[in-house]
Design a protein around this ligand. Structure first.
Ligand SMILES: NC(=O)c1ccc[n+]([C@@H]2O[C@H](COP(=O)([O-])OP(=O)(O)OC[C@H]3O[C@@H](n4cnc5c(N)ncnc54)[C@H](O)[C@@H]3O)[C@@H](O)[C@H]2O)c1
Length: 238
């Protein structure tokens, strides 16, 4: 098998780091695109890039694809939020949240498609959020951005179906990562959520790499435009 290169955005922390580790262990050649420097990993390539900056993204994607001679896929995982009631937020905060969580996946997906389309094959998986499916108090703009990412994946799934490029979304529920801890400074939210989640625990970063690996693999060739919640039963979508 020739090298299968996969780009993971936001792979320096939390869910993205767990995904990058798993994909490397599965035999993929992994590149992490993160605005933070990647510490202590020699199994993945690292590009220190802000996903909101199209030109920088494009250069990193072209460099990685150029080194391998091809690209297999992309995991859009970089994300950020600050919890606040919508009525109290500012347009400046909306821009920041939309840029990272919606424009970011657009930038990276567009840059990656320049390589997948000529090759006539590929996989894109976006880590969205259950907030984008069912809403989440204090996360109005983030929810809108994540819902937008899900819709982006569905439309691209249609546009590129005949080329064999698949696009799917994975929606985590509340997950113990630095992002969640920053949103839940008092720890009260975690306690309330543990009561509400049927499996009685928050998600952990390692709850997600399995489904991502599956969607990137050959067994998922006929699955596209789908949105899958991984949330311990907190959200059940028909
Ligand atoms: N933690 C949760 O409860 C939860 C729930 C649902 C969805 N998610 C989603 O899962 C994904 C991963 O989140 P996490 O909880 O692991 O967060 P995290 O903060 O632990 O990791 C996010 C990573 O993304 C990177 N990043 C942020 N903005 C970036 C930018 N502009 N350019 C490049 N890199 C950037 C950060 O540097 C960090 O390494 C995000 O898309 C998040 O929205 C998280």
């Amino acid at each position: 098998m020739s090298e299968r290169g996969v780009i993971v955005t936001g792979g320096a922390s939390g869910i993205g780091a767990a995904i990058a580790r798993r994909l490397a262990a599965d035999g993929y050649t992994v590149a992490v695109l993160d605005q933070r420097a990647l510490e202590g990993s020699d199994s993945v390539a690292a590009y220190q890039v802000d996903v909101t900056e199209y030109e920088a993204v494009r250069q990193a994607v072209d460099d990685f694809a150029g080194r391998l001679g091809s690209l297999h896929g992309l995991v859009n995982n970089a994300g950020w939020d600050r919890a606040q009631r919508f009525v109290d937020t500012t347009p400046q905060l909306w821009d920041t949240i939309l840029n990272i969580n919606l424009r970011g996946p657009m930038n990276v997906t567009h840059a990656v498609l320049q390589h997948l389309v000529p090759a006539g094959a590929g996989r894109v998986v976006s880590i969205a959020s259950d907030a984008g499916r069912v809403g989440s108090s204090g996360e109005a703009v983030y929810s809108a951005a994540k819902g937008g990412t899900v819709a982006l994946m569905k439309t691209l799934a249609r546009e590129h179906a005949r080329q064999g490029i698949t696009f799917n979304s994975v929606c985590p529920g509340p997950t113990q990562t630095p992002l969640f801890e920053q949103l839940d400074e008092t720890g009260k939210l975690a306690v309330a959520l543990e009561r509400a989640i049927p499996m009685r625990r928050l998600g952990q970063p390692d709850d997600y790499p399995g489904i991502v690996s599956f969607l990137l693999g050959d067994d998922a060739a006929f699955i596209t435009g789908q949105t899958i919640s991984v949330s311990g039963g907190l959200t059940m979508n028909g």
